[in-house]
Design a protein around this ligand. Structure first.
Ligand code: AMP
Ligand code: GLY
Length: 420
């Protein structure tokens, strides 16, 4: 099979690594890729949000399966264009990607499916939104409706803070994403991520994970895209996962199919768990980054079989071969992230790192420059390891971190603290 992966972060490096483990893969191209991906696959420059360009590229390279990593190409309808042209695609249609692209859309689907989630109001003007906040009181959560690169969610401790966030959003702080606002009840509990494959109505769980969104140790400081993750998530027991499937995932997927926009691809359910009861925080229409890194580490080569079965609508007969293992990934980020940071700093120590089914240094934001690997993003490397216990996975992941020579980088030293 000739495979094309769209994206160029740690998530796509992990996907590329898993795909390459599987002998079904004859050729792999990743667009745009990065310096780490270039060591295992061909990388190509391509505008991944341009459906016409991606379709043409897939035709020229005789691609049999396209795996879409990030949400932006999905929200732009790239999967639709590829399917119209007859390509096999892993990733939802533009209509189904609304589950991530519009928070009010997801809330309406949850209402229709009676899926447990936070109580909410949906507003198109600031005065009505503020009146709702005053009536509800704080803490309360203010969300820009559209895609805002993970920054459009404000947890307001006071009514004044919530009103300021509302003014910001309607004032254009998040561009078009903030033209509509969703205001939600603040949910307490422990968060975990639940990953399932969906092909219309069949749903196959493929793993659980927890990430650390805050930049600082002890889960303090500003939010990031995620500073590390581990799988499985102990809080998501089999019993709670079953409840999440029966009450949230399956009813919402059935509602999507009933509306004529069935979902196909990986669905990432962010859950809040309190007293053994899961509620939906949000859906994402892609793998999490860095959650994908720990899932791929655990699934290995079978990830391609599962992705292929999903894309072909064969999930009813697919099985996951579970191992009783644990994986952890630690993000190495550029000093200053998630604020401003320097680009182009040189990373040493990457040659000679162990690379096997227990250790992988996935690249998230790197490029090759004059024979050296340099940092090109905020989150730059993902030290990822697998072990019989989470403690063993952590020991291996931090040994990878310690072998890297990058004075301008930093990481959190406490990934997994809740579970350890
Ligand atoms: P989202 O972009 O919707 O995932 O929100 C980002 C983060 O904000 C989530 O991972 C939660 O930690 C937090 N969050 C979002 N909605 C709520 C809520 N209703 N109650 C409590 N925390 C929330
Ligand atoms: N790590 C969170 C996300 O991918 O959305």
């Amino acid at each position: 099979m000739n495979i094309l992966i769209l994206g160029g972060g740690g998530r796509e490096h992990a996907l590329a690594w898993a795909v390459m483990q599987n002998p079904k893969c004859d050729k792999l191209i990743v667009a745009p890729g990065n310096a780490g991906i270039a060591q295992i696959a061909e990388c190509a420059a391509l505008d991944t949000e341009d459906g016409g360009a991606v379709t043409e590229f897939a035709g020229e390279h005789a691609i049999d399966l396209v795996i879409v990593g990030p949400e932006a190409p999905l929200a732009a309808g790239v999967a639709d264009r590829l399917r119209e042209a007859g390509f096999l695609v892993f990733g939802p249609s533009q209509a189904a990607a609304e589950l991530e692209a519009s928070k009010s859309f997801t809330k309406a689907i949850c209402d229709a499916a009676h899926a447990p989630t936070a109580a909410y109001g949906h507003f198109t003007d600031a005065e009505a939104a503020k009146a709702y906040v005053r009536a509800q009181g704080a803490p309360i959560v203010v969300k820009a409706d559209g895609l805002a690169a993970g920054k459009g969610v404000i947890i307001a401790e006071t009514v004044d803070e919530a009103c300021a966030a509302i003014d910001d959003m309607f004032g254009g702080a998040f561009g078009g994403a903030g033209a509509e606002v969703v205001i939600e009840e603040f949910m307490t509990g422990e968060e975990a991520s639940f990953f399932v494959l969906v092909d219309g109505e069949d749903v196959l769980p493929i793993g659980t994970a927890q990430d650390h969104k805050r930049v600082g140790e002890g889960d303090t400081g500003p939010n990031t895209g995620g500073m590390g993750a581990y799988s499985p998530a102990p809080v998501l027991t089999d019993e709670i996962a079953q409840k999440a499937l029966d009450r949230i995932v399956k009813p919402t997927m059935a509602e999507m199919a009933r509306r004529g926009t069935p979902y196909s691809g990986v669905l990432y359910a962010g859950l809040m768990i309190e007293n053994g009861e899961p509620r939906l925080v949000e859906y994402n229409v892609r793998f999490g980054d860095p959650e994908c890194q720990v899932l791929m580490m655990r699934l290995g080569a079978q990830a391609l079989d599962l992705i292929h079965a999903c894309a072909e609508g064969r999930l009813a007969d697919a099985r996951v071969d579970w191992a009783e293992d644990h994986a952890m990934t630690v993000v190495l980020a550029a000093e200053g992230y998630p604020g401003s940071y320097r680009k182009g700093t040189v990373i040493g120590g990457l040659d000679g790192l162990p690379e096997d089914s227990f250790h992988q240094m996935f690249h998230a934001g790197t490029a090759q420059q004059d024979g050296k690997v340099v940092a090109t993003g905020g989150r730059v490397l993902n030290a990822t390891a697998r072990g019989a216990t989470l403690a063993e996975a952590a020991e291996r992941a931090y040994a990878l971190v310690d072998a890297v020579d990058w004075p301008e980088g930093f990481c959190r030293r406490d990934i997994g603290w809740r579970a350890l």
